[in-house]
Design a protein around this ligand. Structure first.
Ligand code: B16
Ligand code: MG
Length: 216
């Protein structure tokens, strides 16, 4: 094919934000401050370390570096306990249908996620084997909105960035796609993702012939 596709994970393929929220909230409870679902929005698409910084800012809590490392570990352990119970029922609506149509068109797709748990999550929901490659939080040194994650994705696809289409639910992810000179498709609230080149509330709204205009 003449195009390649890069999918974000949380918020596009699965909704793991709810599990991140449970684990971050538990941490905030232990530190005696309130952490709401609105606060959790600020952590979407953001790296693990940066998420902790934002969370501690919300609680106006200062911690030593070793203490931060310790609570990041326990947060992740709790998060993993939820992830290990995930199954294919948690694939977001429209995702499998979209992958099926890309398969039919012969368009390759890779994952481009900030998560260090991406492989585990994709395995849990049974989608791991379908991706041509995985770029995740273990393969990058610079978090979104830096374009690194998507540029590595383009390399895996053996595609020029301008021929790559990125599906993202986070502002930082849309910015990263544009910084990489890629086309962005925002999944979620159009008001929040107004920078995106295309907008859909969910993957179910993507028309059958959406990719036709990109394929030469
Ligand atoms: P982990 P995405 C992101 O996933 C999440 O949206 C974000 O909330 C999380 O902090 C980040 O992954 C790191 O995840 O703790 O599993 O390494 O949207 O980039 O797929
Ligand atoms: Mg996301």
């Amino acid at each position: 094919s003449t195009i390649g596709v890069i999918f974000d994970l949380d918020g596009v393929i699965v909704d793991t934000a709810k599990y991140h929220y449970l684990a971050w909230k538990n941490l905030a409870d232990n530190l005696n401050f309130e952490f709401t679902e609105a606060h959790n929005e600020l952590l979407k698409g953001v790296s693990r370390v940066r998420s902790l910084e934002i969370l501690l800012n919300i609680g106006k809590v200062q911690l030593s570096e070793p203490k931060k490392q310790e609570i990041l570990l326990s947060k992740n352990e709790e998060y993993l306990s939820y992830i290990k119970k995930m199954n294919a029922d948690e694939i977001l609506p429209g995702a499998e249908k979209l992958l099926n149509s890309l398969d039919r068109l012969g368009v390759k797709y890779v994952l481009g996620s900030a998560s260090k748990n991406a492989e585990l999550i994709l395995n849990q929901v049974g989608l791991y084997h379908r991706f041509y490659g995985i770029v995740d939080g273990n393969s990058v040194s610079k978090a979104k909105p830096d374009p690194e994650v998507f540029l590595i994705g383009a390399k895996k696809l053996n595609m020029s960035p301008k021929n790559c289409i990125v599906f993202e639910d986070a502002i930082a992810g849309v910015e990263a796609a544009h910084a990489a000179h890629m086309t962005s498709v925002g999944i979620g609230d159009k008001e929040i993702l107004k920078e995106a080149n295309f907008n859909f509330n969910s993957l179910t709204e993507i028309p059958e012939d959406f990719f036709r205009k990109f394929i030469i």
